[in-house]
Design a protein around this ligand. Sequence first.
Ligand code: C2E
Ligand code: CA
Ligand code: CA
Length: 627
Amino acid sequence: MGGAATSDGGSAIAQVVVARRGQIFIRVGVCLVIALVFQMLTGILPAAAWAATYTALQAVEYKIFQRVTETSPFSPRGRIGFLAMMVTSNLAFAFFGLMVSRGAGAWGVVCAGLLWSGAIFNGAIVSGESRLALTASIVPPLLYFSSVPYFVIENGGAFSAGIAIVLAGLINGAAAIAIWSAGRKLTEGIARERENSRLALLDPETDLPNRYALERDIADRPSADRHNSIVVAAISIDRFQYLRGAIGHALMLDVIREVAARLGTHEGALLVRLSTDTLGVRFNQCEMAQAHRAVTSLHFALTSPVSLREHKVDIRATIGLSETADAIESTTEVSIIDRAMIAVEQARAANKPIGRFDSALYGDPASNLSLMSEMERAFENGQMSLSYQPEYDLRSARTVGIEALIRWTHPERGPLGPDLFVVMAEETGYIAMLTDWVLRHAIEDQRRLRAAGHDLRISVNWSGRLIDDEAFTDKALALVAQASGKICIEVTETAVIGNPRLARRTLDRFRAAGVAISIDDYGSGLSSLAYLRKIPADELKVDRVFVMNMAIDPIDALLVRAAVTLAHSLELRVVAEGVEDGGAFELLHAMGCDLVQGYFIARPMPLAELVVFLARGERVAAQKLVS
Ligand code: C2E
Ligand code: CA
Ligand code: CA
């Protein structure tokens, strides 16, 4: 784009010409009136000649500039043509004025004066912002205007009257220039405003429309449309922050642009950038099933690696879909765009590449509220339980620890995933109660396991919300003091980043009490080495998203290897969670990873099953390692 608006640019003239089309009828009308006056003053022939010349010039001018619009402005040749046209047209005006004043006495002088001032104003108006066009259009009539005193005197008028007319001409010219510059300022202002609103709707990094543009697009739709046929897809690049940390922001922008290019254009669809790592597509006149098909092929289009300079990067994306009918009753509006973005999170949680917004899973706040009020009773009514997932030591080929994962079997809604209610508990302040319950039961179960001959470390997930709760820390430490074995708490890096000083204090207290600290979901946040060093930890738990596909995705394997090396250099034990297949298992073993956890070893299970597993399953796992 750029600031062409202030130069003698074609587009400025073009705007005027566009306005001119509306004037053409007025002009032809005025031309007829003037021709009539001419006819009275100079006779039919000069009047006809004037009218013919004027009309022809107007017609040619109109024809030439008919195609010029704001978006397809003048070519350089067109601009010269336009200026030539202005000069000719105004010369013709002035020349006829001269004829009139010569031949028609005092009235003719007045008529000519009118004609010339008309020409001057005409010039000021049609030249738009172009200084050159202004000069070309007002100089000829001004020159002729200055010859008026001669005719006045020749027709018997006073010299002073002649001077007055010259002055009038000059004032006229000055007024025209004033109008011209005011008009120019106005159009500049409009152009700037237009540019600003264009920028407000664009993502500056990619030049794609932004979220606001999509919101406007949706809001501007006729309401019938709004209620029938919009589907919004949010396409979120997986592991964005991690990749950005690895390859840098500039290359990551190239990735976004490449993904946008692959998404291509769909009939009537609008492609926008919704947030740093998420693109959006609004499908028009589209059923959910159609949109689902379309995004499935989009997802497929994203599977081939992106070439960045000499590197190839595997890009994966999670796509969330929502349609107008998904609208949920809620006090705070959840727009279709938000729902598509929530659908991305839901799909990720369910490990699916594409997901539709699930209002039951998201829950309307009303039922979540009742769920919250039920939570307290759920603990007492035995609806809550713990599942344990083994952590398997690759060196000793034994299960050395277990992670406690909470389960809620709701009498009406069935089993509820911790991904739904743990977050709710965090939001509503129940998290302390929940964690207290988990810790008590884990310690109890640890004692039972010990009685059955299994001495296992138990890991409990520690919400970020609890890190700065000193009273709760006191309570937890009192409980831990009674444990029969080793306890570990898992905190995410992001929880610690939020409040590093308090977090450090809490974690130091736990460590002093012999509790191990594990940095959970490592890789999903973005910690620098310097930062990690500050967290007093014993263990690094690599996020399952990197581990799950490491056997088939070399970049994931690379990232996990880097995490293992990093952890060891910080003297941390490494756990890889989400080990789903033998390939990953072998790789991790070869990398020197310490512990593995995942479906390949065992799914989370109730205590009774765990006891059976420990007696039997462990041998199977050990054989896996040997073979
Ligand atoms: P997390 O701490 O990352 O827990 C590991 C999750 O990965 C568990 O999901 C587990 O079932 C799943 N997982 C384990 N192995 C595999 C595998 O091989 N493949 C795949 N695809 N998944 C695997 P779960 O039990 O649904 O828990 C989800 C999250 O809920 C946990 O993530 C944790 O953040 C939270 N959570 C669970 N229990 C508690 C709790 O008692 N307190 C708190 N604060 N959060 C909890
Ligand atoms: Ca965990
Ligand atoms: Ca985890």
